[in-house]
Design a protein around this ligand. Structure first.
Ligand SMILES: Cc1ncc(COP(=O)(O)O)c(C=O)c1O
Length: 384
């Protein structure tokens, strides 16, 4: 099996290596929205934060063509975009995206978490989908431009943030299967509360044995819409059975855990060893996953990136050898997985409540993100 280092190179520039936000933001010059949301509308959104339903006053754009490369960088009013019905993205799904958050610290400043990692992952996805690369500094510049234009939309209440959604789509009007010759980079933002309405509470997981989201040689290591489209039906069926999330198994053998539809997974043994599926090309390498591995290594824990067999895991949960399981990602941070079920099995992990290592990781990571404890690895990048 490939070792993680052979598969992943998503280190990107660290916050300390990047130019400051004030220097980068002008790369996407701002034309202010002439009709921004009024105070009552703004206050109504910020007073009842959910996830991904309200958007800010502005968005960022740039266009790519083979002749001009990237051009037309700008920050402008958030508005519907015009596309030809023949645009390649609408037919062949040539699109990629990212997800990050801007966090308000107690002193009013606004920060994001490892934007260099997401910039590198965006380009790794672009490469897999035969799309042009976006310079990593331009990716970070777009975040700086939008958050500085829309600072009033960064919430300050506990657990809230401004969710940032960079994406690239094939806009060329052409009904042929080849990489498009015209593409658009966009960035939009949405003020959000916790991803799961119950916050840091265990979720129930349905392990899909008859659907896969990706396969060997496919696009699993890329963040592209098709992978999520493949997860919708299994997610809906799991939901109808009374489960909150789906865990996918590998397509080649249908025996080992890969990840949830939008989160990586971890297993904590009773002896404190922490395990997560290795990056074999069919899993999206999460920034949260990478940070958790680092935090665990910092604290001297044994950490293993390896194959996690479902059958063995179920036995270990039943015997108490596995004490905690959790999922992680930018949107929901860390979420305990309290129950795992599938055809022929249904097990509760530990006592079904958040375990101590899961809780400690959640607290450490969110404390760093919200500026409540030191950031020894320079993960945080100041936007405002
Ligand atoms: C399929 C998938 N796996 C894992 C993750 C976690 O990645 P990150 O921690 O960078 O948000 C995400 C979310 O982006 C995802 O969509």
């Amino acid at each position: 099996m490939s070792t993680p280092s052979e598969v992943t190179t998503l280190t990107g520039p660290s916050a300390a290596e990047l130019p400051g936000a004030q220097e980068l933001a002008p790369r996407f010059p701002l034309t202010r929205n002439p009709a921004p949301a009024g105070d009552p509308q703004h206050d109504a959104v910020m007073g009842s934060l959910t996830f991904g339903v309200a958007f800010t006053d502005h968005m960022v754009r740039a266009t790519w063509t083979p002749e001009q490369g990237w051009h037309g960088h700008r920050t402008e009013a958030f508005a519907p975009i015009t596309l030809s019905p023949a645009a390649a993205v609408l037919h062949y799904g040539q699109e990629i995206f990212e997800g990050l958050k801007a966090y308000r610290h107690a002193d009013g400043s606004v920060w994001t978490f490892r934007p260099g990692f997401n910039a590198a992952r965006f380009n790794a996805s672009a490469r897999r989908l035969a799309m042009p690369l976006l310079p990593e500094e331009d990716f970070v510049a777009s975040l700086a431009a939008l958050v500085r234009a829309d600072e009033r939309w960064v919430p300050g209440v506990e657990g809230s943030s401004l969710y940032l959604r960079p994406f690239m789509i094939a806009t060329e009007p052409f009904l042929g299967v080849r990489s498009a010759h015209e593409l658009e980079y966009l960035l939009i933002a949405s003020p959000v509360g916790p991803y799961f309405v119950n916050g840091f509470q265990p979720v129930s997981i349905w392990v899909a044995q008859d659907y896969h989201r990706v396969g060997p040689g496919g696009m699993g290591a890329a963040k592209t819409g098709g992978n999520y489209a493949a997860s919708l039906l299994p997610q809906q069926e799991a939901y109808d059975k009374g489960f909150e999330q789906v865990c996918f198994l590998d397509a080649a053998t249908n025996t080992h855990l890969e990840e949830l539809g939008g989160m990586n997974v971890f297993v904590v043994d009773a002896d404190g060893t922490v395990r997560t599926p290795a990056l074999t090309g069919t899993i999206l390498e999460g920034g949260t996953r990478a940070a958790i591995l680092q935090l665990l290594r910092d604290s001297g824990r044994t950490v293993r990136e390896e194959t996690i067999e479902l059958a063995a895991l179920l036995d270990q949960i039943r015997s108490g050898q596995v004490a905690e399981t959790f999922a992680c990602g930018t949107a929901a941070v860390i979420t305990p997985m309290g129950r795992l079920a599938g055809e022929g099995f249904d097990v509760t992990v530990g006592d079904g409540r958040p375990g101590p290592i899961t809780t400690e990781l959640y607290e450490t990571l969110t404390d760093i993100q919200y500026g409540r404890r030191p950031d020894p690895h320079d993960w945080m990048y100041r936007l405002v």
